[in-house]
Design a binder for this molecule. Sequence first.
Ligand SMILES: Cc1cc2nc3c(=O)[nH]c(=O)nc-3n(C[C@H](O)[C@H](O)[C@H](O)COP(=O)(O)OP(=O)(O)OC[C@H]3O[C@@H](n4cnc5c(N)ncnc54)[C@H](O)[C@@H]3O)c2cc1C
Ligand code: FES
Length: 272
Amino acid sequence: MELQRNLNRPKICTIEKVVDQTPTVRTLVFSDDILDSVLPGQFAMVWIPGINELPMSVMITQQDGKAAFTVRKHGPASTGLYNLEVGQKIGVRGPYGNSFDLRNGDLLLVGGGTGLVPLMRLLCHVKPSDNITFLIGAKTKEEVFFENLVEKLLENNSHQLIVCTDDGSYGQKGFVTDMVEKLVSEKRFDGVYACGPELMMYKTVKAAHSKGLFVQASLERMMKCGVGICGSCCMGEDLVCKDGTVFDGDRLLANEEFGHLFRNKAGILENY
Ligand SMILES: Cc1cc2nc3c(=O)[nH]c(=O)nc-3n(C[C@H](O)[C@H](O)[C@H](O)COP(=O)(O)OP(=O)(O)OC[C@H]3O[C@@H](n4cnc5c(N)ncnc54)[C@H](O)[C@@H]3O)c2cc1C
Ligand code: FES
């Protein structure tokens, strides 16, 4: 472990391995013994030289001293990160943000897209006695990933993994949130955890909260500083980078912006 490393200054890391997850999602592995052991829900700010800096959840690697990012190519910055090859460099600062408050017993985890990343790390912290229901939501079969990894991480737990695709091309047909509503009405969970598209998290939090269940979600907002200075990540009174990114259901549902509004790059509120 490096001593006296200033976690707010980017550390230059070399990409060591690139793994394709889907035609648009890729995992980039590098060495870092601090990001290797972040808490589930924490993120890093990733500098893509010559392009920009992006917030990214820290992906597990199951190799000591290694960390990773799983990135979906979207706009210029994420595409720049996605296109990096083995041997190229990134700058990483952090970890930042809080983490999920892991309960024990019957747990329901709901993830979609790269929102699955913090949930993979959450799975590394469950106890063998926990019974896990893991839901993966995707638009189509082509966009489903981490299914085998979930099975591997849960090999010592009683569990069920349900994949839902909007078009029915794989697993159960329909929105993953319809499955959440069904499950929470049939069974009492000790904890519900969500990360993915905001509407998915909104419906999950509402469904779990309406049954009186403990529920948390990890939010995304536009981030620039990542450390509570610039205000670009505000959601009502909350700064997502510093007060979150993980929030309890009560607090989320009391926030009028959750599930409805976000701030664009100019800081102007837009509807989801
Ligand atoms: C805490 C957190 C964790 C994230 N983890 C992942 C992850 O594991 N994998 C992944 O693919 N994506 C993740 N994202 C989203 C990612 O940071 C990018 O925002 C997204 O990939 C869009 O990038 P872009 O190329 O379109 O940005 P560009 O259009 O190139 O713009 C880049 C700039 O806008 C900001 N920005 C743009 N969109 C967003 C957004 N939705 N959220 C925050 N900032 C934004 C960036 O900080 C940056 O300053 C995460 C976001 C947050 C807030
Ligand atoms: S990103 Fe600057 S305050 Fe949160």
